[in-house]
Design a protein around this ligand. Structure first.
Ligand code: FAD
Ligand code: EPU
Length: 342
């Protein structure tokens, strides 16, 4: 837990942005974290997991603390569930594989999401019909100003679509230390997401299992999402926007192919990828596959912005603002960023 000075954050963010941290340290338990925060209490801090949902637009003139709290422990079980407590610094997909090997159901649809366990409740990670919320039981977090550990239940976290209390009311106030998940001993398969059904049909699956679902999700993801170890990115750059049914009906008259999904509250969730693909920097050119210098909009998934090598965070941020303005101009829809901008 030694504090280092002037460290490049390039290996610590999946966009591959070469920004510097004034100070950098790792911690492996709550006591180490407390000591680091006391030593540098006057500095701005950034808690870092796998760096797969941040865009560094500047050098970080403060203390970057990388969470390396590890461990996967079964803490309780009842007839239906096993309760598993996982250190926030553990890799998310390794945890998913741990569950699949033991036939514990619930996280298989969330296979291959980059990043660490501690960030999973931050934005209530979701994919292929499942959200973290569905398997979450509780978490323990360190209150930075009050120097104490608090426990949060599912209700306390106020989960929403890519949202939690830690992104809003308690922003920058807590460090998540561990998360307890509630996993099914007798898995229930969720294949409702269209792309999963299609892929299962394509590979002609005879018998479902959580391993088959995980492999299917991995196939789909690998076919369209860029691998951050090859092309820098942070997954979806924007959220899929929610609009009223009336607004959707009006848009559909103008753009019959527009993609939207009904929500339980009667509103429609639009596919932001479709909106971005169907406008562009000039007439007849789509943002999808567009590139300016080393900053680009991915050619297989328009919702993903990419760094082809030496783009700065500012380059990516500027491109994102042009795309946001273009979607607003063409469809009168506001896109909200999903990635944390620093
Ligand atoms: P980081 O980027 O390190 O941190 C994200 C935010 O959380 C920061 O504000 C950070 O300060 C804070 N934070 C991190 N750890 C802690 C902690 N222990 N305590 C307090 N604050 C903390 N997301 C999805 O939801 N679904 C997807 O399908 C998906 N696909 C992706 C695909 C690709 C190719 C990529 C690159 C990203 C994808 N993401 C997806 C986004 C990302 O993987 C998730 O948001 C992930 O949970 C981020 O984890 P991380 O550890 O890398 O977080
Ligand atoms: N689409 C296009 N063009 C594109 C991309 C998408 O037209 O370039 C349309 C297509 O109609 C497609 C639909 O959008 O069928 C949905 O696309 P996809 O299944 O790829 O999902 P998404 O809505 O773009 C969301 C999440 C992803 C998550 C997938 C699967 C958000 C912001 N993104 O993407 O999460 O993996 O669904 O569930 O909700 C992330 O958060 O970083 C992320 C990758």
């Amino acid at each position: 837990m030694q504090i280092q000075e002037n460290i490049s954050l390039k290996p610590y963010n999946t966009f591959g942005i070469d920004a510097m941290a004034r100070l950098f340290a790792t911690f492996s338990n709550a006591d180490e974290l407390a000591e680091l925060l006391t030593q540098e209490s006057q500095l701005r801090t950034l808690i870092l997991g796998g760096g797969s949902n941040i865009l560094l637009t500047n050098h970080f003139d403060g203390l970057v603390l990388k969470n390396e709290i590890k461990g996967i422990n079964e803490v309780h079980e009842d007839n239906e569930y096993v309760y598993v407590k996982v250190g926030a610094g553990g890799n998310w997909h390794q945890f998913v594989l741990h569950c699949i090997n033991r036939n514990w159901g619930g996280v298989e649809n969330l296979s291959l999401i980059p990043g660490n366990v501690g960030a999973s409740p931050m934005q209530n990670i979701g994919a292929y019909g499942v959200e973290l919320n569905d398997v979450f039981f509780s978490l323990e977090a360190y209150h930075i100003n009050e120097s104490k550990v608090l426990t949060f239940s599912r209700n306390d976290c106020e989960f929403g679509y890519r949202e939690s209390i830690f992104k809003r009311k308690y922003k920058d106030q807590f460090v998540i230390l561990n998360v307890t998940y509630q996993l099914r001993k007798h898995p229930i398969f969720n294949t409702s997401y269209g792309a999963i059904e299609q892929e299962l049909e394509r590979i002609n699956v005879k018998e479902l299992s959580i391993k088959v679902i995980s492999d299917t999700v991995i196939n789909i993801r690998s076919s369209k999402l860029p691998n951050p170890s090859e092309i820098g990115n942070a997954g979806s750059f924007f959220k899929n926007p929610e609009i009223s049914n009336n607004e959707f009906t009006n848009l559909k008259i103008q753009f019959p192919a527009i993609v939207g999904y009904p929500l339980p509250n009667g509103n429609i969730k639009l596919a932001a990828g479709w909106l971005i693909e169907n406008c562009g920097p000039e007439a007849g050119i789509s943002w999808k596959g567009y590139r300016v210098g080393d900053a680009g909009c991915h050619g297989s998934q328009a919702l993903v912005l990419v760094n082809y090598g030496n783009a700065s965070g500012e380059d990516i941020y500027k491109l994102s603002n042009r795309i946001k303005a273009s979607v607003k101009e063409n469809f009168s829809v506001d896109l909200e960023k999903e990635v944390n901008i620093l």
